[in-house]
Design a protein around this ligand. Structure first.
Ligand SMILES: [Zn+2]
Ligand SMILES: [Zn+2]
Length: 146
């Protein structure tokens, strides 16, 4: 079991919804979106939602790498099923989110979507793949874990 990041000798299964670090019942703050660690609970929503330029660049690189690279791979292998495109979109979204430091915000969702759109255009996957992939990528960023 993970240990609380504030109390190293306490095991816990609770994680902060924001930064995902383990927290024990002594620390967590209940919020409408779930339990948060004291650090994240203290931050103003506006501050937390701000994506730093560096994080956006990293997210863009991740989205392009996974989205464009993945679409080419899908094209090469000839497995152009819509389910593969959706899975790749989710993967792209997750890659962009992680690269950005865990932001579930619209800019990151947009970046992930753009990665899939570019991937579909460059690999010639077609309009349907583009829409499905981009939708899956942004939904994956904005919704919970998968
Ligand atoms: Zn936190
Ligand atoms: Zn603790």
């Amino acid at each position: 079991m993970p240990r609380c990041s504030y109390h190293p000798n306490v095991e816990t299964n609770v994680r902060c919804v924001e930064c995902e670090r383990p927290i024990c019942p002594k620390d967590f703050v209940s919020t409408p979106v779930g339990y948060k660690c004291p650090d994240c609970a203290r931050q103003l929503p506006s501050a937390r939602r701000t994506v730093k330029p560096r994080q956006l660049v990293l997210a863009t690189l991740a989205a392009l790498g996974v989205g464009v690279g993945g679409m080419f791979l899908v094209g090469l292998l000839g497995i152009g099923y819509w389910i593969v495109t959706i899975l790749l979109g989710m993967l792209t979204g997750e890659a962009a989110r992680r690269a950005s430091g865990g932001h579930r915000t619209r800019p990151i969702a947009a970046v992930a979507g753009i990665g899939m759109v570019l991937g579909a255009i460059l690999s010639g996957a077609g309009f349907v793949a583009m829409v499905l992939g981009a939708a899956a990528a942004s939904v994956s960023v904005l919704s919970g874990r998968w």
